[in-house]
Ligand binder design. Sequence first.
Ligand SMILES: NC(=O)c1ccc[n+]([C@@H]2O[C@H](COP(=O)([O-])OP(=O)(O)OC[C@H]3O[C@@H](n4cnc5c(N)ncnc54)[C@H](O)[C@@H]3O)[C@@H](O)[C@H]2O)c1
Ligand SMILES: O=C(O)[C@H](O)COP(=O)(O)O
Length: 528
Amino acid sequence: MTYNILISDPLSEDGIYPLRQADGFNIVMETNLTPEQLGERIKDFDALLVRSQTQVTRDIIEKAQHLKIIGRAGVGVDNIDLEAATEHGVIVVNAPDGNTNSAAEHTIAMLMSMARKIPQAFYALRNQNWDRKSYVGVELKNKTLGVIGLGRIGTEVAARAKGQRMNVIAYDPFLTAEKAAKMGVDFGSVEDVIKAADFITVHTPLLKETRHLINAEAFKLMKDGVQIINCARGGIIDENALYDAIKAGKVAGAALDVFEQEPMVDFRLLDLPEVVATPHLGASTIEAQESVAVDVSNDVISYFTTGTVRNSVNLPSVPKEVMAKIEPYFDLAERLGRFLTDLSDGTAEEVNIQYSGELANVEVGPLTRNALKGLLKRHLGDNVNDVNALYLANQKGITVNESKSTTAKGFTNLITMEVKNANGTRTAAGTLLNGQGARIVKVDNYLVDIVPQGHLVFIRHNDRPGVIGRVGTLLGEEGVNIATMQVFRSNAGGDAIMMLSIDKVAEDSGLAQLESLAEIEHVTAINM
Ligand SMILES: NC(=O)c1ccc[n+]([C@@H]2O[C@H](COP(=O)([O-])OP(=O)(O)OC[C@H]3O[C@@H](n4cnc5c(N)ncnc54)[C@H](O)[C@@H]3O)[C@@H](O)[C@H]2O)c1
Ligand SMILES: O=C(O)[C@H](O)COP(=O)(O)O
């Protein structure tokens, strides 16, 4: 099998080396495609690798016919429609760590360039203007840097600012007094930060909550002569408000690497002598580009070879050691889902999954997604996968509940899945037996021992002498060979179930004949 990979933004050749070396990947690099061209080209590809330039819109995702994974060689995924990707079962991965250092260094470079007016002075000198009066700067030492967003990059910037003998005050929703103390920074609300700072740098993602976080109101609260840096995302600072604040003399400097519209179309801010700018170069170093491209290449290889990834954006990422513990149960969970789809008559309305025994101590989200995949696959086919299983279940109005219990009724591990619909509730519990694979050990109230594989026939009947023989004879007359047959009953002469495994798919007519036997209440074919 060969997977077709489209790279639509310039990626480091050294970085994609792992992908070029791996077997089974056909790599096509085509940059600067228009949206129309990308919409056409994407139809042939299994994976798309981008930086921030390619806009991976819903329209592009909907046109893709084989797309399984989008790799973002960088951090920000605001150029990718994550909702559309999730809906279509396309996994999105990024490279969150690879450019942290470069972006932090660029932020410090911008801070210093702005404080000492280096680009402006260089520009004058280039024009043969030896001007030593217009470019008097300010020192950083003993000034306060306000950091909004103390994640990977914000943290690195704060540490470097302290090296410049600056005081740092930060706001991040996840920052605690303890963490701040450890890092030697003060912490407060956004308002505290912007009121106290001589320089302000933002390092948040662009979200609904952070769009225009720095706006006209915020500028009013700042110190006169404040200087602002944005090496995160255009739009966190309201560019019109910034323009007005500079013009009004409130803001003495702005250093911008990112803009509300990229590539830039409105150059008004750059007419102001207080502004220094770069065209989104924070991650543009040889090291960062190699590192982010290696990271996404490895995730693409791993996705197509093992089905796992390290840095998923639209699936909660699971630490490697946890993944090692739960991965063996993926198949069992999916088989339980499949088993119950066939067993339940009607559309699922509620799914309850309980994880017991050793599974009570691990992250079970991926198992639930596999169980739902199994449940939905019969009707949705390959349109459902672990990325969109939960989304599709919710979209179809199915309530999904997870619970855990440390006791597992004599098993070391047990997954109990219950599917409720208008016709009632069906339950199946499965376990992974050491060295012997998956077993279904409970169906409704019956304790059973079923290998969930191949073609099964589930029969609900009354425990009467001769019924087993009649079932065997009838199926034999239909040319159906029974591989295994198990009978379980609640009490002698009472309700009972039979579980047959047969060599080929049972014809509906044969099953209907079984149902015509007086002792038989119901027959269901289950195809695993
Ligand atoms: N200029 C570039 O080339 C370049 C390079 C790399 C990253 N980036 C951008 O830099 C930003 C930060 O990247 P990162 O890797 O540090 O991400 P990160 O996820 O490690 O950090 C972001 C931090 O922002 C915080 N945050 C979220 N909402 C907030 C709010 N309302 N107020 C304050 N803090 C908030 C989060 O809690 C998190 O700690 C992203 O926007 C990323 O796209 C730009
Ligand atoms: O979010 C990021 O990683 C940066 O903005 C870098 O974007 P780029 O890959 O387009 O340089």
